[in-house]
Structures are given as C-alpha cells and as structure tokens.
Design a protein around this ligand. Sequence first.
Ligand SMILES: Cc1ncc(COP(=O)(O)O)c(C=O)c1O
Length: 428
Amino acid sequence: MYEKEFAEVQKLIEGQDQWRLRTINLIASENVLSKKVRAFAGSDFAHRYAEGHPGERYYRGTSFIDEIETKLKANLKILFNCTHTEVRPISGTNANEAVFSKLVNREDVVMANSTPGGGHISHHRMGSLGKFTKNIIDFPLTADGYHIDIEKTKFLIKSAKPKLIVLGKSLFLFPEPVRELAEICAENKVKIIYDAAHVLGLIAGKQFQDPLAEGALLVTASTHKTFFGSQRGVILSNMDDEEWRKIDRGAFPGSSSNHHLHTLAQLAMATYEMMEFGQQYAADVRANAKALAAALDRLGFNVEAKEFGYTESHQVAVNVSNLGGGERVSKTLELNDIILNMNMLPHEPLRKHDHPDGIRIGVQEMTRFGMKQDEMERIAELIKECVIDNKPVKDEVNRFRRDYQDVKYSYDDLPETTEKKPAAKSRK
Ligand SMILES: Cc1ncc(COP(=O)(O)O)c(C=O)c1O
C-alpha cells in the first residue's frame, strides 16, 4: 500500500548520496566515514541492545559487542592518554548532558562561552545546561572576540564563584586557556570541563592543545567532526574512580538506555584509522584551513582573526556583512553546490542569530577526500566567483569534485572481508 511512498524515500536517500559527492562540503561539524567503516552501518548490531558495561550487561547476546566496546575504550585511553572513557553517549550533546546532570545543581553558577562568542547551544540557558541551572555567565572575551580574557575571567572566578567552567565551543579557531586557568580553578575548587566536539580529531592527531594534560577534569566530545566518526559522543577523564562513577551513572542510566551498537562498532573501526593516520590528517587539516583563509583574504574577503594567523583549527570565520550577510551568502553558495553554514561572529548581538554577519567554514571533510593547499586555493576562487563576481559556478564545482571521491586516511584499500584471505592461504 505504501510501496510508492517507500520508493520515494529510497530515491531521496539515493539522491542525497549522489548529490553530496558532487558538492564541496565545508560545514565545520561534519565529516565522512571511510567506505569500509560506512559499510558496517547495516550490521546486526543495528538491531540489538546492550545496556550497562561489557561483561555486566542487562541484556543477553552481547559477547561480540562486549569485545568491541572493550577494545574501543582501551584504544581511546591510549589515544587521549586518560584512565577513564565513556563511550555510551550517542552524541556530543548527550555526553554534555551526562556530565552536567551529575555536576550541576540548581542555582550553581557555571561559566561558558556565549553564543556569539562561539558557544554551543548545549552550554546555553535554552539547551542542556539550562535544564540544571539558569545561572550561566559568559566568559569575558578580548577585543578580537576569539580569545577568553584571562585576567577578567580570573576576577570572575573569584567573585562569581562558578562551580564549573565549560571551555570549548562551536566557532573554535584557537586553543582555549586551560593551562592559564588551571591554577586559579584549582585554588577555588572550580571544575574545568572542556567540550572538544569540534577538535577531537585534532587533539587525537596531536595538532591542538591536550586539554586533560593542561588541567581539564573532563573532556566531552562528538566523534564525527574532526574525528573520523561515526556520529556519537565520548567523555574522557583522569579523575579519581569514585568521582568517575558519578559520571558513569550520568551516561547510563542518566541520559541513555541502549547505546546504538552499530555506530559504536563503527567508531571502534574509525578509531584505528585515527590511530594510524590521525597525525598526518590533523596536520593537513590545519594547513588547509590556514591556506583557505589566506586565499580568501587575498581575494578580498574579510577573514576574521587575521592578526592571529586566521586559525589554528579546521575552521575559518569570514565576515560577509558587505555581501548581504551570512544567510544570503550561504544560500547562494548552496545553490552552487558549495555547502557551509551562516554563523554569528563574536561582535554580534544575540538577536541577530537568524541573520548573522558571518559564515563558518570547515576544511576537515574535503581534506579527508584528499584535498591539499592547491585545492583550497581553487575553492577560495570558486567562492569568490560565486558571491563576489555573482557568477554561477555549480558546473565547475561538480567537475572539480569529480577528482576527489575516495576517502583518504583510511583502510579503504584493504580487501572486502577479513575471512577470505586465510581461507585462500590454507588451500595453497
Ligand atoms: C561545542 C559543541 N559541543 C557539542 C556539540 C553537540 O554535538 P552533537 O551534535 O554530537 O550532539 C556541538 C555540535 O556541533 C558543538 O559544536
């Protein structure tokens, strides 16, 4: 009875698959799975449950996922040099909620990055943090808007007495002052939470600050922005075992029941790719972001934070108020198959969130498809032709993208199954 509608949805999915391979995707919060990891989205784990921890499940039939989850946790401990890992949150927001639900009580003061200052909605009054306290104060920023004002923050820590501070953000160009704030936080018993959703892959690849080593108590993150996916969340820490038990209960049963085992298995696979290729990938991502920023600047765009070298992450922020604003520019680019988001910039009032001055660009996905600095120059030219010269560039974008279809920094070249090879050997 619904065959036609069913087929229509199938067609839409196929349409998306084909279309996105023709586009230049510059959304800063996305990445692609390798073909090999993506192929396991349909594993039997997609049908299963496994509450609790490996070896202590509330469900039967979990022996395979137990082994995978144990390996994943061990590998994350090596990658991030930590003693505790929580891999059950199914997103970064879910990871934040697990932490906030256990550490924040009504009326507690929490300091976080404001929305124009780059903060994420889950750190906001309207988002996850706001469910536990409304006493959220913004970090004071320096005049450029991309750095926390350390002296003013120290003053606020002493005077407003926050219970915790949440560093890390969504518009995230430069490292946060974890080391600089660690001492005063310790003196005042302020916990440092570091949201690494955007930069987890750069941290894993040793191309960004190491927040735990610098003094953060907990790191929360998504696993699919600069990390290689799948779409999930993690919590990392070196806190003592008793404190960690609270966080553990925040993840389950506090903010999840089943933890989506098929994507957990994919994350375990992608983590090996990160362990092998992460350093080179993260270095290439940073170099590409800087190259794209410099090229856009040269071509006449108002690239933010020029005096600081534009960026140290995968992101570039551009003020496009002179070109009609972020909404207009991002829509025009989308019509030409260049996909990126409008974004508020630090100088803007909150009421402008629907019509911000900025766009946020991320190079991590195109880097994973093998693009380097020369390709960044070409992308900058295409953006310029599209939004400054008002020329249609869609055909050229599609042509350009044809040469970048394979996911690099991956095991995609390995044979299809793991079983065929030993069998062939034994026949010899
Ligand atoms: C800083 C920050 N934290 C948390 C999240 C939420 O992650 P997720 O989309 O995995 O829930 C985001 C998402 O973009 C983010 O930018």
